[in-house]
Design a protein around this ligand. Sequence first.
Ligand code: 5AD
Ligand code: SF4
Length: 452
Amino acid sequence: MAPRPVPNGKNTKSVFIKTYGCQMNVYDSERMADVLAPIGYAAVDTPDHADLVILNTCHIREKAAEKVYSELGRIRKHQKSNNPDMKVAVAGCVAQAEGAEIKRRAPVVDMVLGPQTYHRLPEMIAKVTRETGDVLETDFDTVEKFDALPAGRNAKGYSAFLTVQEGCDKFCTFCVVPYTRGAEVSRPVDQIVAEARSLASQGVREITLIGQNVDAYHADGPDGSQWGLGNLIRHLAKIGGIDRMRFTTSHPRDMDADLIETLATEPKLMPYLHLPVQAGSDRVLDAMNRGHTYAHYRDLIARIRAARPDIALSGDFIVGFPGETDQDFEDTMNCVREIGYASSFSFKYSVRPGTPGASLPRQVPEDVKSERLKRLQELLYMQQREWNESLIGKTLDVLVEGTARGDGQLFGRSPYLTGTHFDGPEELIGQIVPVTITSAGVNSLVGSIAKT
Ligand code: 5AD
Ligand code: SF4
């Protein structure tokens, strides 16, 4: 992270923020930096000599949560050898889920703050600096947080996330999110518009609207009617300078006809949709409390593809949910064969303490989960490669985000969100450039600037 200037010009202190997990944590980390800048904290990209280290954590799977504790061990060493006054904060979903337990396991931690309290970071810092006591802030007040955050954003780069909805009321039986992020809350339209304008005025050209259930978005529109995500997208697309829009993550229960229509008619909306199904078996979907069947999902996909035939479809999959039989797993494989994915995220079921799934009988053995994941990923990655290869010879508009690490080429994203590499001058960073695709791998494309 590049150091960012602070409004009063005095970078008296430094903060290192490490982000784990989803896009919402990426957004939250940027907002923490926005909250800290006015009190003199400049963001730095290593923890070595930082005055404040914040780990913005993820609790979604056990592995993600455990990473935090090993990082805290490393941080303690920096503190000992470089800066004994270094303050350490654990933020995000591990903080929310584990609270005071974190401090017990890792005494180096001074502050534990959940995802709905980071707007209060300045007072928390004052508290730990003044007193010797530690701080634990894990209240739930999403509305208060958004009201308290500065309207302006300190934009980084040309593509930005913007949280429009947070929390989840779905209670899938495997998932911690409803417990760590709280109930579904939508932000008011004017707050979102102000933030989008602030981003656009700083050169951001692509905005991804994010929410745990982004298509559950609903709020009073300026015309007095209830707005869903479709209305919001069409409204934001009118902001000058914003050329591309995306949204994530969708839920098969919440995608309404207006949103599908918006995919068909709003030219700034990119042809990419992340719509998790998790499993292909109705029995497993029911045990997961997903609230939809496979047939519902398949019909929805058919309607989406009718509206936007070139859509790149992405999904999340879990293998080895308790009680998943060989046949249930074959249903997931058949779902993938039938739907066809351009990108995907697939996981072994991870027991999360406190969720209903944790106490279900017939937990699937680890070796069975590994075997299923291997087979599923072979299929998904083959589809991903085929999708990417189908783009060879086509010219795609790539929003150039910067230079690629290692190969000295430019790096950007295609409309389908695929990372794309090509040779070109650095002046093109921030531009949307037509690139003719010459080769493709599982996760990325290579091309050259299209000849006019
Ligand atoms: N185990 C494995 N994967 C999970 N996910 C959520 N909870 C778990 C869990 N307990 C996956 C889901 C979700 C994605 C963000 O993470 O697929 O869509
Ligand atoms: Fe978790 Fe299900 Fe909510 Fe998604 S919809 S955040 S998987 S509980």
